[in-house]
Design a binder for this molecule. Structure first.
Ligand code: 3SL
Ligand code: MG
Length: 238
């Protein structure tokens, strides 16, 4: 199995892509789906999101600058996406980097991962043979340490499952970065540029939340315009 990591979001064409935005879009998607949301519809910008939500009668969530948008039902804090709020309700989500990274992914199979569902995603990937590209969302076009380290932990888990891996240079670097932070994921999130920015916005509790490795067992797949939590093996691809 060949594995590579894209430090910044880009177009993917490998058989399998994994999109990671630890802070906070993919952590929010994983949480919403684990809490009974049937689907997340990623939208490129707030106007498109509003139109989709009105047309479908869906909840509207997202952020710009880390903060909830006027008229939206929800922001981009995973702590808002409780069973009470999202069970049985589809959500249209627009975020600065995470939904953009997802919309750039053009692989036949696109998975969504964060620390919250990493063991489940690794378990699914460890049973595959195809090439995998992990796309890190980054922040405002720049590098995000938390996404890169999460990618490194993902491929470390896949390797520990006994797979023989052919790692690209980005994957080797991501694994090395992860190993520097092994066992200290909460500290990692507090130390990164975007983590400090969220803390300044009064969203420090999100850092603790997003650092919980393996809290959920869902392996969301982006397929036909929606992110759903079903078995990716059963998905029809894109
Ligand atoms: O950029 C994104 O997609 C967001 O996750 C960023 S924020 O954490 O909501 O500010
Ligand atoms: Mg981010």
């Amino acid at each position: 199995m060949r594995l590579e990591v894209l430090p910044l979001a880009g177009k993917t064409s490998t058989e399998i892509a994994v999109v990671i935005d630890v802070l906070r879009a993919t952590s929010t998607m994983v949480t919403a789906l684990a809490n009974g949301c049937p689907a997340i519809i990623p939208a490129a910008d707030p106007d498109e999101a509003r139109a989709l939500a009105v047309a479908g009668g869906y909840l509207l969530g997202g952020e710009r600058g880390g903060l909830p948008l006027p008229g939206f039902d929800l922001g981009n804090s995973p702590r808002e996406y409780t069973p009470k709020t999202v069970a049985g309700r589809k959500v249209v989500l627009t975020t600065t980097n995470g939904t953009r990274a997802l919309l750039l992914a053009a692989s036949p199979v696109v998975l969504v991962a964060s620390f919250l569902n990493l063991p489940a995603a690794a378990g699914w990937l460890a049973r595959r043979k195809g090439d995998v590209l992990i796309s890190c969302a980054g922040t405002d076009g720049g590098f995000s340490l938390e996404d890169f380290a999460c990618a490194g932990m993902l491929l470390d888990m896949i390797a520990k499952a006994g797979n023989s891996l052919e790692l690209g240079d980005g994957a080797v670097a991501a694994r090395a970065v992860y190993r520097q932070w092994e066992g200290r994921i909460p500290d990692l999130l507090k130390s990164t540029g975007h983590g400090r920015r969220l803390d300044r916005l009064g969203l420090g509790a999100d850092l603790e939340f997003c650092a919980r490795v393996g809290r959920y067992a869902v392996v969301p797949q982006f397929s036909h315009g929606e992110v759903v939590a079903g078995d990716p093996d059963a998905g029809a691809g894109r």
